[in-house]
Design a protein around this ligand. Structure first.
Ligand code: NAP
Length: 252
């Protein structure tokens, strides 16, 4: 039987690393994508192998179409693509909109939005019954920021995740009768290195007491929701955006 392959973009750290490990434990062959930190990707692959699973690390910058094509070609060599977790995403330093450069905006929207679109395109081409595929699942990483707007911090990031909300709904309907389900998770404040990359290494500690559950979420808690959306247990769920925000995204 052909190997069932899932691509996790940004699968080397944070939420993506947790999803990759959980998929490995479930018997999928996991393509652990990363942009630059090969050591982190290799560590995830080794850990999956140590747990009896199969994984390969593939470098590809989702800001570059050629890299995305290469990523999917590498996945094709491993078996049949059955899933994509559109997880790679970035933030930038806190800024008001009236301070943002075009370079910053291009980077945020190219990685977070266009990268996710191009990966979804390649996944649909392989998984859709319309294209001769056998179906599959796409899970996108949205953010509570799309509802909160992230003022004076990163409205650009929040808006890029708003695009992911819309893409999730539209693509889900586009391929609903082609045996592909498309869903998203909408994390709140999750304890990963993302915040440090936006210049706020203490963001989780500082915000904790203001969050509804008085704590941040963990990468594993988001990954568990993604795993459910990837599984047959959610077989009638498509176009859904599942809040995994400890209540933050529904604050009035
Ligand atoms: P993270 O800890 O910063 O990890 C980011 C991952 O994405 C790394 O594996 C990184 O690889 C990869 N990556 C970054 N840029 C890339 C690119 N251009 N091409 C390919 N891979 C790239 O992030 P996280 O917190 O796990 O976030 C994962 C997703 O959840 C993101 O979409 C984020 O927006 C979303 N999210 C996170 C939170 C939160 O509070 N953490 C909240 C809401 C939504 P390298 O190490 O090689 O760069």
């Amino acid at each position: 039987m052909s190997e069932k392959v899932v691509i996790v973009t940004g699968g080397s750290r944070g939420i993506g690393a947790s999803v990759s490990r959980k998929l490995g434990q479930l018997g999928y062959t996991v393509v652990v994508n990363y942009a630059s930190n090969s050591q982190a990707a290799d560590d995830v692959v080794s850990r999956i192998a140590a747990e009896g699973g199969k994984a390969v690390a593939v470098q590809a910058d989702v800001a570059l179409e050629a890299d995305i094509l290469k990523l999917f070609e590498e996945a094709d060599k491993l078996g049949t693509l059955v899933g994509l977790v559109n997880n790679a995403g970035v933030v930038d330093m806190s800024q008001r909109v009236d301070e943002m450069s075009v370079e910053r905006l291009n980077r945020i929207f190219t990685i977070n939005v266009i990268g996710s679109f191009l990966c979804a395109r390649e996944a649909v081409k392989r998984m859709s019954t319309k294209h001769g595929g056998a179906g599959g699942n796409i899970v996108n990483l949205a953010s509570a920021g799309s509802k909160l707007g992230s003022p004076a911090q990163y409205v650009d990031y929040a808006a890029s995740k708003g695009a992911i909300d819309t893409m999730t709904v539209g693509l889900a309907l586009e391929v609903a009768d082609e045996n592909i389900r498309v869903n998203a998770v909408r994390p709140g404040i999750i304890d990963t290195e993302l915040h440090a990359s936006g210049g706020l290494p203490d963001r989780v500690a500082q915000l904790q007491s203001k969050l509804p559950m008085k704590r941040a979420g963990t990468a594993d808690e988001v990954a568990d929701a993604i795993i459910w959306l990837m599984s047959d247990q959610s077989s009638y769920t498509t176009g859904a955006i599942l809040d995994v925000s400890g209540g933050r995204s529904i604050l009035p």
